[in-house]
Write a protein that binds this ligand. Structure first.
Ligand code: SF4
Ligand code: SF4
Length: 341
């Protein structure tokens, strides 16, 4: 992969130069949280941001959107007028999350609504320093090798820029006066030192590799009933998760005019109504059953279908669940480690 570099003071000049590639989105500090926002002033971007509260998925599949309009003559998909966007500042875990979402939405029946937005998005990744909630090293998602157009590694006075696609190459060629093609042995030394320091900051060393078989053997474990007693069914863990794609579909009809719209809206497997079918039967009536579904999907079923867990160790669910039920604490409980509850 080609690498070039840029001086730190030239970052805003670079972001300005790539304006023709689409509207810029990046992490902005809001109170004590970070939000992925549309950027109008480059100084709003917080280069120290870790996880944004709601991940990038909101730009690929908005929380609620109209799929198509219909009337008595037919229907018209609403996938036009999607703007080009450049997302700046995705960290390796989220880039892995994006790769998972790409794979998930392009199985036997590719998702036209996902792909329409995805094809308009350019990704500029950014290196990060883990905090105590990150466990991406555990899920082997702490470096990104694919799934970005450019990736910036922050080495202090310079960023090394990894060029991951022809679109990324076009971006760096947009402003040759700001880009230095000459990555020196001195830069390499700094890069190796940066990796060494970053590695030393990861605290969690939980082993996720045995999870599919441990989940299989834990089907009747008492932990599910115990956690079900605590879970509030609020769905916050799925809303913040970059790899949770579940949705509901419903129509809004204008009764007097024979027309309407079909909407798609985020849903959560933790909601009671999620598994309710016609006639009112619910095949996951209890919170324990719904929690087991979520963790089975993340740690076992997804591995069977895609070869890796549907968790990238971003720490969002750890940060969000009001009663401390998250993938890390559940994983640790399943392998018999003591966890603060
Ligand atoms: S399960 Fe939790 S830690 Fe894993 S990707 Fe989802 S929000 Fe992040
Ligand atoms: S596990 Fe936590 S965040 Fe998820 S639904 Fe239950 S209480 Fe809410």
């Amino acid at each position: 992969m080609r690498a070039v570099k840029i001086k730190r003071e030239n970052l805003s000049g670079f972001l300005k130069a790539i304006e023709p590639f689409g509207e810029l989105w990046g992490p902005v500090k809001k109170g004590d949280q970070f939000s992925l926002d549309k950027i109008s002033d480059y100084s709003e971007i917080d280069l120290t941001a870790l996880r944004t509260k709601i991940p990038f998925k909101k730009l690929l599949l908005p929380p609620k959107f109209s799929m198509f309009s219909f009337d008595e003559k037919g229907y018209k998909p609403n996938i036009e007028d999607i703007p080009n966007r450049v997302i700046f500042g995705l960290h390796p875990c989220d880039i892995h999350g994006l790769n998972i979402m790409d794979a998930f939405h392009n199985q036997q029946y590719p998702d036209a609504f996902y792909n329409a937005r995805r094809s308009k998005i350019a990704v500029i990744g950014l290196s990060c320093t883990p905090d105590e909630l990150c466990f991406c090293k555990t899920t082997n998602t702490h470096y990104a090798e694919k799934g970005f157009d450019l990736f910036f590694t922050d080495l202090g006075d310079i960023f090394v820029i990894w060029v991951g696609s022809s679109l990324g190459d076009d971006m760096v060629r947009e402003c040759p006066e700001l880009i230095d093609e000459n990555v020196t042995p001195e830069d390499l030394k700094k890069y190796i030192e940066w990796r060494r320091k970053r590695e030393s900051k990861f605290k969690s060393d939980m082993d996720f590799t045995g999870m599919p078989s441990i989940m299989e053997l834990s089907w009747d474990a008492s932990i599910w009933e115990e956690l079900g007693e605590k879970c509030l069914s609020c769905g916050a863990c799925t809303i913040v998760c970059p790899t949770c794609p579940c949705f509901n579909v419903f129509d809004e009809v204008e009764l007097n005019e024979d027309k309407g719209e079909r909407y798609r809206q985020w849903d959560s497997c933790l909601f009671k109504e999620y598994s309710m079918v016609a006639g009112g039967h619910n095949f996951r009536e209890s919170r324990a059953q719904r929690l087991k579904l979520r963790f089975t999907h993340k740690l076992q079923a997804f591995v069977g279908a895609f070869g890796e867990p549907a968790c990238v160790g971003c720490g969002r669910c750890v940060d969000t669940c009001p009663v401390d039920i998250d993938i890390k604490s559940v994983g640790l409980r399943l392998i018999g480690e003591e966890v603060m509850a």
